[in-house]
Design a protein around this ligand. Structure first.
Ligand code: PMP
Length: 318
């Protein structure tokens, strides 16, 4: 079973929604993306910062007014069950979704009843699939500034991982890929750097890390906060969170994108301007080494971020 759907563990092929589903028609869902890393020695998948992802799912749901039938702990348990029972022996990607499941025409998320307005029904679903790299992590990628602006917090809040919001990312990503780039970087409505279509962004300037502040219509990325923490604690490098001009990207010493899918993806070029010498910058390289040790469960200091899908060791399971 690789999915949890309508309260049951099912095969992915059986996790199907009705075409009238509110979320399918109007984008009224919130979601997450969690990586599970295969660990050869332990012969199991380690889920990276799963709890933090479900905490964010609950926050996104609160913004959108989606009810969560399951607590964070219960969602973590469902996630572990799906990945363990899916029998994966490779890296996986887990997609939890909380969505308006009402079968109705009409935008409102409240139904008017004789007892007053009532929020329409929601569902929670989760599935896992095998997953490799989303962006290149070894060969620096080529980016462009999207012609599409990032949605503003008062339009669709980027802080909430809302399904409908991803039209904004999808349209920008498609434009970039069609033009021969790997990824698009989006600017806020007033022209500051926001983020990639599915990643947060960091630059290195004069030995310091700079990343757009939380007020720049970004998703509050879990990888972003991981990077800020390990750069400070392991490398003694502080991160400045502020608004960032587009031209600061062009003159950066190093530039990289971070996210659950992207991991740490170095950028070699933005719209024809080569970043640094076009290779993986020294700080980017050090952060990559640290990050991959941590997510694969090889760093005792950060092992608490990795959740084992099997409680027993390989020997006990044999
Ligand atoms: N920004 C956007 C728009 C994203 O979709 C993602 C991926 N979830 C990120 C940033 C990175 O967030 P995280 O590190 O929590 O995966």
């Amino acid at each position: 079973m690789q999915a949890f759907f309508e309260g049951k563990y099912v095969d992915l092929a059986d996790a199907r929604v009705n075409v009238m589903t509110h979320a399918l028609n109007y984008g009224t869902g919130v979601f997450e993306g969690i990586r599970g890393y295969w660990n050869d020695t332990e012969e199991q998948v380690l889920l990276f910062r799963a709890r933090e992802h479900f905490e964010r799912l609950h926050r996104s749901a609160r913004i959108l007014r989606i009810g969560c039938e399951y607590s964070v702990d219960e969602m973590v348990e469902i996630c572990v069950n799906v990945v363990r029972d899916g029998g994966f022996r490779e890296d996986v990607y887990v997609r939890p979704l909380a969505y308006k499941s009402a079968l109705q025409i009409g935008l409102s998320m409240v139904a008017l009843t004789p007892d007053g307005p009532r929020l329409v029904e929601d569902e929670f679903a989760l599935f896992a699939v095998p997953f490799g790299n989303y962006l290149d992590i070894e060969k620096p990628i080529r980016c462009t500034i999207a012609s599409w602006r990032r949605v503003n917090d008062n339009m669709i809040p980027a802080r909430g991982k809302v399904t409908g919001l991803y039209v904004n990312s999808s349209i920008a990503k498609t434009e970039a890929v069609e033009a021969g780039f790997d990824e698009a970087i989006m600017l806020t409505h007033d022209g500051h750097v926001s983020e990639g279509t599915g990643e947060n962004l960091f630059i290195v300037r004069g030995g310091t890390l700079v990343t757009p502040a939380l007020s720049e219509d970004i998703l509050e990325g879990i990888t972003r906060s991981t990077i800020i923490q390990i750069a400070r604690d392991e490398l003694g490098v502080e991160t400045v969170e502020r608004s960032l001009d587009r031209t600061e990207l062009y003159i950066a010493d190093e530039l990289f994108l971070v996210g659950t899918g992207a991991q740490i993806s170095p950028v070699r070029e933005i719209d024809g301007r080569i970043i640094g010498d076009g290779g993986i910058g020294p700080l980017t390289g050090k952060l990559q080494d640290l990050y991959f040790d941590i997510v694969r469960g090889r760093s005792p200091t950060y092992r608490h971020w990795c959740l084992s899908v099997h409680e027993q060791s390989v020997a006990q399971r044999a």
